[in-house]
Design a protein around this ligand. Structure first.
Ligand code: FES
Length: 135
């Protein structure tokens, strides 16, 4: 009788452990998926080379740029006083904030004359004509 009870408890413990491991694996996969959430934000055909535009992603304002056919994304909020970078002038890889003229390299988010200061960038991916960003 004691052996049967022992085996029953052992089996229960193993089943519980297996369920817990499965839950941890599932949670880890969901967290990884959430961290690399790709969201369709625009079409390449709506953003010609040399142009910038602003899109909203889950309530966050993001600026998109087309630099010689390659798409980049940064926060739309200037590091100086919050000007709308997506409404600025894009020359090469530099966006000029429309409020006070600060310039940022859209390929890495760095302030042109002080790379220690930067704005947030987002990875982009193009699928056919669709632009996706990872947030
Ligand atoms: S808010 Fe962008 S330069 Fe001042």
């Amino acid at each position: 009788m004691q052996i049967a009870e022992y085996l029953l408890h052992t089996d229960f413990a193993l089943t519980t452990l297996h369920a817990a491991l499965h839950l941890i694996t599932l949670t880890s996969a969901l967290i990884t998926q959430a961290m690399t959430n790709k969201i369709k934000v625009s079409k390449v055909s709506e953003l010609p080379p040399g142009q910038a535009k602003t899109v909203s992603v889950n309530g966050t304002s993001v600026a998109l740029y087309n630099v010689d056919g390659k798409i980049y994304a940064t926060t739309n909020t200037c590091a100086h006083r919050g000007g709308p970078l997506g409404e600025g002038l894009l020359e090469g890889k530099l966006i000029t904030c429309p409020w006070h003229g600060w310039q940022f390299d859209v390929t890495n988010g760095c302030l042109a004359n002080n790379p220690a200061a930067k704005v947030q960038t987002y990875p982009t991916k193009i699928v056919d004509d669709d632009i996706f960003i990872e947030v």
